[in-house]
Design a protein around this ligand. Structure first.
Ligand code: TRP
Length: 448
């Protein structure tokens, strides 16, 4: 049999995992969720969810992936050959990957439009109202955003086809550090805006009365979404890890960097929101209206805007690739398709779904299911239901089903690494994580 692909270097692997985690989820979705759910109240619950639960689920996924060296469905078949129900978890992941792909590609397409607009110099003279209106006109258009979805999907397709090492690893390694630097510069700029303090207060002062079950569920969903766990993405990536990789340490690095980027994004957005008098709870448009306003107040604003949206597009790309990879690896390995055929099917179906999501901002905006547009529905169902529930069962699988010796051997690289917190990890996967997630979901469904 052909040897399975692996990531080349430690740094490359870390960057690929960070590349998957850091994306629109941090820079677009996080501020939007925090703005809608009370700022500081959301932040504090979020940090708890991501640092404890996100870490636990990620390490559990790393274990499943590297121990089995299979795609997300194959992994459960390998580790639980007798109990075939577990592979439903793998299917949940493949479906979630596909659904997230659909709405993610729409926002990614928007970043390309904003790159284009900044290059054309159109982003440097306008009031908040004008930016809002232009944005609305663009997103509700039936043609333009769809075209960008197509362009973006083609780029993703090309990178996925060029394989794990050359495509994913190389792109992540170069671009992620640059993104970090630019975010820091923007942070400084944003903090210098008049009224910045008001924004920071909103973001950092928790108002405990605002913590409702909806806030907790959203924070939980956002935490899982942001670190790419709950659906087998990290299972698939870990299946490409070498046996020498220190997985507990990798987990901590990925979660820490991801959280840092999300907080940086908040520190950029909320001072700007306060300074320009924008409502923090306006949803998916937030970032696309606030940021152009910051840029136009900076010298060489268009250039900054261009670089920023380019990096955002790249962050989106490295994330969406990981979604694509989940579905592609599944088709490739479980259905014995060539990688080319598998990737083509995923890209084509993903594109169709992307078009539908894009149109739900325009011609399909009146078509609602449970009161939500298709875009909002997919976002809600995946992040707030499929990921938490997937994450819960992944913990149950690792905590209750997997032999602890096997688990320990894999996480300590056969005893060559120290992993002092092993029993804490087991306790968290066994009891803490599943119980908390179950309570949050049941509470939200009104069942207790
Ligand atoms: N984590 C990415 C982001 O923050 C999105 C993402 C990539 C994702 N792969 C995932 C979300 C798997 C959930 C599951 O933008």
């Amino acid at each position: 049999m052909k040897q399975r692909a692996t990531f080349n270097s430690k740094l490359g692997l870390l960057m690929a995992a960070v590349g998957s985690a850091v994306g629109l989820g941090n820079i677009w979705r996080f501020p939007c969720e925090a703005g809608e759910h009370g700022g500081g109240a959301f932040l504090i619950v979020y940090i708890f969810c991501v640092l404890i639960l996100g870490t636990v689920v990620m390490l559990a996924e790393f274990f499943i992936g590297r121990a089995s060296q299979k795609d997300s469905v194959g992994a459960f078949k390998t580790l639980a050959p007798k109990n075939t129900a577990w592979k439903i978890l793998g299917y949940n992941g493949v479906v979630a990957a596909f659904l997230i792909f659909g709405f993610y590609s729409v926002i990614s397409g928007w970043t390309l439009e904003y790159m284009y607009q900044s290059a054309a110099g159109n982003l440097n003279a306008g009031s908040v109202a004008e930016f809002t209106e232009n944005f609305g006109n663009f997103t509700s258009d039936a043609f333009r955003p769809v075209l960008w979805v197509l362009v973006f999907t083609l780029i993703v397709h090309a990178v996925v086809l060029s394989g794990v090492k050359k495509g994913i690893e190389r792109a992540s390694k170069i671009m992620m550090p640059v993104l970090f630097v630019i975010l820091t510069i923007l942070c400084v700029r944003s903090l210098m805006l008049p009224n910045a303090v008001e924004g920071l207060k909103f973001f950092f002062t928790p108002d405990f009365d605002k913590i409702t079950s909806t806030v907790v569920l959203s924070a939980l969903g956002q935490a899982f979404f942001s670190v790419s766990v709950g659906m087998g993405c990290m299972i698939t990536y870990a299946s490409y890890f070498k046996k020498s990789i220190n997985m507990p340490r990798t987990t901590v690095s990925v979660v820490t960097l991801d959280t840092l980027v999300a907080i940086l994004a908040g520190v950029i957005i909320f001072p700007a929101v306060a300074s320009f008098g924008i409502s923090p709870s306006q949803g998916p448009t937030l970032v696309f209206v606030t940021l152009p306003n910051i840029f136009q107040q900076m010298p060489f604003g268009s250039l900054w805007a261009f670089i920023f949206f380019m990096l955002l597009a790249i962050a989106a790309l490295t994330s969406i690739i990981s979604l694509h990879e989940v579905a592609t690896a599944y088709l490739h390995e479980q259905h014995k398709m060539s990688r080319f055929k598998a990737a083509t099917i995923v890209s084509s179906c993903g594109f169709v779904l992307g078009v539908i999501c894009s149109l739900s901002f325009g011609v399909l905006s009146h078509f609602k299911i449970f009161g939500a547009t298709i875009f909002d529905l997919l976002d809600f169902v995946t992040a707030n239901l499929m990921l938490p529930i997937g994450g819960m069962f992944i913990c149950i699988f690792v905590g209750w089903f997997v032999n602890k010796k096997v688990l320990k051997n894999e996480l300590t690289n056969n005893g060559t690494l120290k992993f002092g917190l092993f029993s804490v990890f087991v306790f968290l996967t066994k009891y803490v994580a599943p119980i908390i997630i179950a309570l949050v979901c049941l509470k939200q469904l009104g069942l207790f």
